[in-house]
Design a protein around this ligand. Structure first.
Ligand SMILES: N[C@H](CCC[C@H](N)C(=O)O)C(=O)O
Length: 286
């Protein structure tokens, strides 16, 4: 008897592979397939780079209450609240469909609006940062989330400590360092991702402030590991850097895969993120 496909009822559906600065996604449009679900098993299978697909996140476009809704799963199968680079890709898909240059849709962490700002370039309003310890969330009451006291054993203590914490619809822990490229992020990234201080785990970044208008950033993503880019981490790093008076409210964030333009708008406290989107290919899930 054939073993059932890990894709379950997703088998046979069309998908689109896209990326934002190399942070890549399998995007499945479920609007005509109501009731179909991405299981943890299906997400892990689609995220597995040793398998036929491979991506950092699995994204769905669904319809909820008559509005487009974007679902997000990490390659480890965990469902999460926000994904900046994928939000630009979904925005582009919806704007190409409507022929409009702006679109709004819902995500697990709240409403998002996107606008075309050039060929294959989209700006997204990522909403307001959440900065209280219980919004990150942190396991202990922390008066000032600009400096989080992460308790590590002496042997495990990485070179860095006293990180900032910001939630952009997902939890981020940002270490400010002299040289972002000199950090053993692959070693301490998973330690911090899974540290008891973060009851919902965390995305872990090392940020090097090059000037008031530029941050070099590398990211160990919760549930995905080191990625080429992470849009929500870029937003979180800019917010954290400005809170520490290290940068202006608007800066370029230079990731391994390229640069995002981030602005933490003073007028409405929203964080804007502008960057490219890239189409890779269309396929059928088998
Ligand atoms: N790559 C995504 C972040 C995915 C977040 C996910 N790793 C999480 O667990 O929050 C981005 O561009 O924002």
């Amino acid at each position: 008897m054939d073993t059932p496909s890990p894709l379950g009822d997703l088998a046979g559906l069309a998908f689109r592979k896209m990326n934002g600065l190399g942070n890549d996604f399998v995007i499945i449009d479920l609007r005509a397939h109501r009731g179909m679900k991405v299981t943890e098993e299906a997400a892990r299978y689609l995220g597995d780079r040793a398998g036929p697909y491979g991506c950092d996140q699995i994204i769905t476009i669904e319809e909820r209450a008559g509005e487009p809704f974007m679902g997000i799963w990490n390659a480890d199968g965990s469902a999460v609240g926000a994904c900046g680079n994928a939000t630009r890709c979904v925005g582009q898909i919806l704007m190409d469909e409507s022929g409009e240059d702006a679109v709004a849709f819902m995500t697990p962490s709240g409403p998002i609006s996107a606008e075309r700002v050039g060929t294959n370039r989209v700006v997204v309003d990522m909403g307001e940062p959440r900065l209280k310890w219980e919004e990150i969330p942190l396991a202990e009451e922390t008066q000032d989330t600009r400096f989080v006291d992460i308790k590590l054993g002496p042997i495990d203590k990485p070179v860095l400590w006293g990180p900032s914490a910001v939630n952009m619809g997902n939890p981020h822990c940002i270490f400010f360092v002299e040289d972002a490229d000199a950090q053993a992020l692959d070693r301490f990234g998973p330690m911090i991702e899974n540290h008891p201080m973060f009851p919902e785990r965390a995305n872990v970044s090392v940020a090097q402030v090059k000037s008031k208008y530029e941050i070099r950033l590398r990211v160990w993503e919760r549930g995905a590991g080191i990625t080429q880019a992470c849009g929500t981490a870029a937003c979180a790093a800019l917010v954290a850097a400005h809170r520490r008076r290290l940068t202006a409210r608007k800066a370029s964030v230079v990731l391994d895969g390229g640069t995002l333009a981030i602005e933490w708008r003073e007028s409405d406290n929203h964080v804007m993120m502008a960057g490219p989107v890239a189409f890779e290919y269309d396929g059928i899930l088998e």
